[in-house]
Design a protein around this ligand. Structure first.
Ligand code: PRX
Length: 655
């Protein structure tokens, strides 16, 4: 965050109460209601979650034990049998929701489709049968590399239906990044499309899959299922590649949901951390189903009349929890949009809101800042009166963007729910209830019932009001990540050891800095580790450094985030070249493209500075803090006494 953003957040004093009429009709109607719910949950979290699990979900068999907590490993609803695809589909078919729109989809070129619960159920069953035909069994992992089309959600639900954990890889990741993830998950099948639309161009997804699988790089992957989306010409490898529409034609629309153990793995989702390789975050079935269900229901005050739209991509956790599983488990209508604002259609977002009468709109601060830049004439030219709740996620929201969202999009009528959470947490951890919690621009407000959040120092001691500290969670919750795939040690070290356990109390370390004000409101200030947040996308600096040094010209690289008005943070790289290379604009371009090839366009450095040396401590550690100051054009702050060679800083500044 830039200093001016931090400054404006620190001085923020405005408070907006939920409109009286909204509160009257809300599920949770007042701050007192929230507090009593919170207190009841905190007094006995297991009882609280068990009651909800019983009320809200269908179980083939009830659990024996609510929580088995062997820190840091948690098991929820042990012995219970459940299937999330059943909860998202089958159970609605015996109600009036059978013919309710489950998915409304709008394609970028303007084509569209609506699937009712009955239709979605049928297609999911067909795909589940096809996946089984292709040799996938319960427990086998399936890679999903798709554009934002209904088949992306269908593929996820089909995997869940037969108990094959999916790993969705965002369609913006490169072939190289795709390969790494498919290898780590040992995916048996890859589901993809010929291509997808992105800002009036076609993203060649199948071609990337071909590159990722070339030379038998992913030996486990014996089949590829291809959805026809764009119709462009692609290579189909006989025996390995199959068109979805061919196999769908012969597939039955009936496939009973497999009763899964509550703790069976539902999916792996790769996310960036502080070390080079992204880690596979593991989520399991029962607890994840419950938590995403309840958080969607309460935080969005869901009603059967809602048309709910989350603009995330299914490749991220937001798409998993709040496009697919949470909304469908509630029987809601979830809208999926393939497009994004682009020069040929800058107002497309508001067109979609108007066309479908969207009532709940959930997006990211970086998108809001882009909307502001494009101009308020775009939303003002559309009828946005259907909207009743606005949500935000992905990074701290600057108060100016929050106010614009409230005034221009929400027309001062719609409560804003700023939701703080992570890939690892599975669902919302800190967020207001729209009918109950007065909101403050820039604060995610207070924890969800059952979530014991705190701001502590590195010894686990709570810090005082308005003092900065680390965001920590002090009790397991149903949708917490269970482990890092194939690496329980990394799970323990990354999340549970940074703040050591104290007197039997364990602390989940989120990696975010925060403060809590005198009213108990949380203000998340951003990452405190080597993770940067570019347009709400999470990237590890080490990951980008590894990509840079894999180029023959690069001897050493250091990457930091620098404040960016639109993206929140942008990537700044400092590069030392090998002896036989010299810096040039062409080389700078080549290195940027190299990072795009290794990771994806989202990781393209905004600038690369060539240098002969980097500021290091006497023990050889790069002092990134100083590089961050340099990249942001700020004065060097803090202690520099451990610096090995001070002249390096001067040279970098001049260079
Ligand atoms: O730094 C926090 C930021 O995004 C990180 C989690 O990123 P990811 O796992 O990709 O999940 C993003 C979508 C849930 C967090 O550690 N973050 C997310 N939401 C907020 C936020 N920072 C401040 N306010 C938020 N509402």
């Amino acid at each position: 965050m830039s200093e001016s953003t931090i400054e404006s957040i620190l001085q923020e004093k405005r408070l907006f109460a939920p409109p009286a009429e909204f509160a009257e009709n809300a599920q949770i109607k007042s701050l007192e209601d929230y507090r009593s719910l919170y207190d009841r949950a905190a007094a006995d979290p297991q009882k609280f979650w068990a009651e909800l699990a019983e009320q809200e979900l269908h179980w083939f068999q009830k659990w024996d034990t609510v929580l088995d907590w062997q820190p840091p490993f948690a098991k929820w609803f042990v012995g219970g049998k459940i299937n999330i695809s059943y909860n998202c589909l089958d159970r609605h078919l015996t109600t009036w929701r059978k013919n309710k729109a489950a998915l409304i989809w709008e394609g970028e070129p303007g084509d569209s489709r609506t699937l009712t619960y009955a239709q979605l159920h049928r297609e999911v069953c067909q795909m589940a049968n096809v996946i089984k035909e292709l040799g996938v069994k319960k427990g086998d992992r399936v890679g999903i590399y798709m554009p934002m089309i209904p088949e992306a959600a269908i593929a996820m639900l089909a995997c869940a239906r037969i108990g094959a954990p999916h790993t969705v890889i965002f369609g913006g990741f490169s072939a190289e990044a795709l390969k790494d993830r498919l290898q780590d998950a040992e995916a048996k099948l890859v589901i993809t499309a010929d291509g997808g639309w992105r800002k009036d161009a076609i993203v060649p997804l199948k071609e990337q899959v071909d590159k990722a699988l070339a030379n038998n790089a992913v030996p486990s992957a014996s089949n590829v299922l291809v959805v026809k989306r764009t119709g462009q010409k692609i290579q189909m490898q006989p025996g390995r590649d199959h068109w979805w529409h061919d196999l769908q034609a012969g597939a039955s629309g009936d496939c009973p949901a497999e009763p899964m153990d509550s703790e069976d793995m539902l999916f792996i989702l790769y996310t960036s951390g502080t070390t080079g390789k992204p880690k596979g975050v593991v989520h399991t079935t029962g607890g994840y189903n419950l938590y995403t269900h309840v958080t969607t229901k309460w935080t969005f005050d869901l009603k059967d009349t809602d048309v709910y739209w989350c603009t995330a991509d299914v490749g991220w956790i937001t798409g998993h929890s709040y496009i697919v599983y949470g909304p469908l488990s509630n029987g809601a209508t979830s809208l999926m949009y393939e497009g994004a604002p682009r020069p040929s259609n800058p107002g497309c977002i508001w067109d979609v809101v108007e066309k479908y009468g969207v009532t709940i709109f959930y997006t990211a601060p970086t998108a809001i800042r882009a909307f502001i830049k494009m101009g308020e004439h775009l939303p003002k030219a559309r009828d946005l009166s259907s909207l009743r709740i606005l949500g935000t996620v992905g990074e701290p929201i600057n108060p100016e963007a929050w106010m614009w969202y409230r005034e221009i999009i929400g027309q001062q009528r719609c409560p804003i729910v700023d939701t703080w959470w992570q890939t690892e947490t599975g669902g919302f951890m800190i967020a207001p209830f729209p009918g109950a919690t007065p909101t403050k621009p820039g604060s995610a407000t207070m924890p969800f019932p059952g979530i014991l959040a705190d701001v502590v120092d590195m010894e686990g001691n709570p810090v005082g009001d308005n003092e900065g500290g680390y965001l920590a969670i002090k009790h397991p919750w149903p949708s917490m990540m269970r482990t890092v795939y194939n690496n329980p040690d990394r799970f323990r070290k990354t999340y549970w050891e940074p703040i050591p356990p104290k007197d039997g109390q364990h602390f989940y370390f989120a990696g975010d800095g925060a403060r809590r004000d005198e009213d108990g409101y949380f203000w998340v200030m951003g990452r405190v580790d080597d993770v940067i947040n570019v347009s709400g996308h999470r990237l590890g600096t080490m990951e980008i450094e590894s990509a840079l040094v894999s180029h023959p010209a690069v001897a050493e690289a250091a990457v930091v985030g620098k404040p960016d008005d639109l993206k929140g943070e942008a990537i700044a790289a400092f590069v030392i070249l090998e002896n036989n290379y010299s810096s040039s604009e062409d080389l700078e371009k080549e290195l940027k493209q190299h990072v795009v090839n290794e990771i994806g366009a989202l990781a393209r450095p905004a600038d690369i500075r060539f240098s002969e040396d980097l500021p290091k401590t006497r023990s050889g550690k790069i002092m990134r803090r100083l590089l961050r100051n340099l990249a942001a054009g700020q004065d060097i702050a803090g202690d520099t006494s451990t610096l090995q060679d001070r002249s390096v800083l001067d040279k970098l500044r001049e260079g």
